[in-house]
Design a protein. Sequence first.
Lengths: 270, 278
Amino acid sequence: MTRALELDGVACTFANRDVPSQPYTAVSDVTLRVAEGEFVAVVGPTGCGKSTLLNVAAGLLTPSAGSVRVFGGLLAGVNRRAGYMFQSESLMPWRTARSNVMAGLQFRGIAREAAQTQADAWLQRVGLSGFGDRYPHQLSGGMRKRISLAQTLALDPDIILMDEPFSALDVQTRQLMENEVLALWSAKRKAVLFITHDLDEAIAMSDRVVVMSAGPASRPIGEFVIDLARPRDVAEVRTAPRFVELHRAIWNVLRDEVLRGYQQQLRLDA
Amino acid sequence: MTAIWQRVRPRPGNLRWWQAGVLVAVFGSWHLLATPGLLPPLVFSDDNQAAFFFGEPLKIFGRIGRWFFVTRDIYEHLAITLLETVLAFGLGTVLGLACGLWLALSPLAAAIFDPYIKALNSMPRVILAPIFAVWFGLGVASKVALGITLVFFIVFFNVYQGVREVSPVLLDNARMLGADRRQLLRHVYLPSATSWVFSSLHTSVGLAFVGAVVGEYLGSSRGVGYLILQAEGTFDINTVMAGILVLTGFALLLDAAVGGIERHLMKWQPRAAQTERL
C-alpha cells in the first residue's frame, strides 16, 4: 500500500518568550504513517501537541527536526494535497455558506459558475441545500461544521486532516456528524488523520488508533488496529463487545498519560 | 392630574414626542429669553442685548427659510461643503486602508514608521489648515487636505489593528484552501479590514465634515463655513446660528446615510440579539 502521509522523526520546539533559555518542545521523535485510504485517529491527553502534529502534516508549521513526505515526495510549504478541518471556527464570516464552500475552488481558479454548481452539490451532500445564502452567524454550530466539512471536501483532497472537528458540538449532533463523515469517507476512501481527545470517537471511526504520551516532548506510545466491521454506526458500535475490549486496552495505555498530562497542567498553572 | 401624567409619562412608545418636546422647550425658552420686550431683562441692562448676543430663533428660522426657498444661495455653499466632505472622506479612507494594510502586513516597515505615525497622530492637525491654504490655495483642495489628515488616522489605526487581529485560523484555513498571497489579501485581509473601516465610519465622516467646515472658516470664498465667517464679520449672530443649525442638520443627514450604507454592506455581521428568521 502507498503511503499518503509519512512523518519521520518529527520534532517541534518552540521558543519560550518568557524564558528564552528554556524552549518548549511540543512533540519529539514522532514517526507516523497514514496509508492511502486509511483512517487514523490520534488520541492523547490535553496539551500533548496533537494539533502541532496536524499543522506539521498540513505544512503550516515546519518541524524543527525530521521530515514529512506526502505520497513519497518531501513536503515543502503548504500541503496542496491535504484538506484541513480546524477545531475552531474557520469560515469566513463575510461570505455566505455557498460562497464559503466555493472559496477553495475559486482560489484554484475554477470559473464562478462551475464552482457554484459544485458548491451547491456539496451543500446538498451535507444536508444544507436550503441554507446557501445564509451567513455563518445565522447558522448553528453544527451547521457551520457541516459547511466547513463541505468546504474542505469540495476540493477533493487526497489527505484529510481533522483537528477535533466536533469537540464543540453537543452529543447528538456530534454522532450525526461522525456518521456523515464516515459515510462520505467510505464513498471516496481518502487518507484521514483525525485528532481527538475522545477515545470513543477515535475507536468508533478509525482503522487505527495512535496514542500520544503527555507533553512536553510527547510521542506515540501505542498503536492499536481497530478491526471492527464497516460500515459502522458510531452510536451502535459502542456497545459491541470488541469495541469494549479495544477501549479497555487503549485506555490502559492512555490513563497514565492523562494523569501525567493533568499533573503537568497543574504545575504549569501554578 | 396623576391620570394625565400616567398617560404622557416617558415610555418607549412616546419617545419621539418627548424628543420633539425637548427641542420645542429649548427653542421656546431661547425665544422667551432672547426676544426683546417679552420678558423684563434679567442679566443685561438693555432689552436688545440678549438678542444681539444670542440671536432670536424666529429670525434664525427666517434666515434658514430665505436661504433655502427665497434667495436659494445656500445650495451652492452646501454643495461645496458636501464635495469637500466626500472627497476628504473617500481619499482619507483609501489612504488609511492602504497604509494600514501595508504596515500591518509588513512588521519591519511598521517598526520603522511607528514613532512618526504616533507623532503625526498626536499633532493638533487643525493647525495645519493655514499651511494647506498656502499650499493648495483657498479653494476645495486645502479643505480636502485638512479633512484627509483627520480621516486618515482614524481609518489607519482601525485597519492596522483589524488586520493584525485577523483570526490565524481563518488565515490558515484560506491557505489550506489554496489561497496565495494576493488571494489572502483580497479575500481575507481586505474584507476583515473593511469591517473595521465601517466600525469607524461614523467617526470619520464626522471628522471629514469638521475638516471641511473648519477649513472654510479659516479662509475660503464659498461653503457654509464661509457663510458663517461672513456673518461673524458683521456681528450677524442670527445668520451665524442659522449656519450652525444647517450644518448640524446636514451632519445628521450624513450620519443617517452612513448608517444606511453600513446596514446594507455589513449584513454578514451578527447584530446583538438578532433572532433567526426561518
